[in-house]
Design a binder for this molecule. Structure first.
Ligand SMILES: [Zn+2]
Length: 89
């Protein structure tokens, strides 16, 4: 039994390291590389300048972006909540 508890510190250090690692990966994913497009890559609607400034490297208009986000988050039949006007306009 001796020593069983002594590893707690090491374990939480490891967890913190992997969270940090995961955060970095998420940030890398959340920031598309390259230049912002002036028109949506999906529907070719114009992307407002404010949105392009807010999201460097943005490729999609708000509608298309939300459809993608919705497809990720709302699978399994969660109600699509919120209007298309509620974000970044
Ligand atoms: Zn679009």
């Amino acid at each position: 039994m001796a020593g069983g508890w002594a590893r707690d510190g090491a374990v939480s250090e490891q967890i913190e390291a992997s969270i940090e690692d995961e955060l970095k990966r998420m940030q890398a994913r959340a920031q598309p590389q390259g230049e912002s497009l002036t028109h949506c890559a999906e529907c070719e609607e114009e992307i407002p300048e404010a949105r392009r400034n807010a999201i460097p490297g943005v490729k999609l208009c708000i509608d298309c972006q939300q459809e993608r986000d919705g497809a990720f988050k709302a699978r399994g039949g969660i109600n699509r909540r919120g209007s298309k006007d509620s974000q970044l306009k």
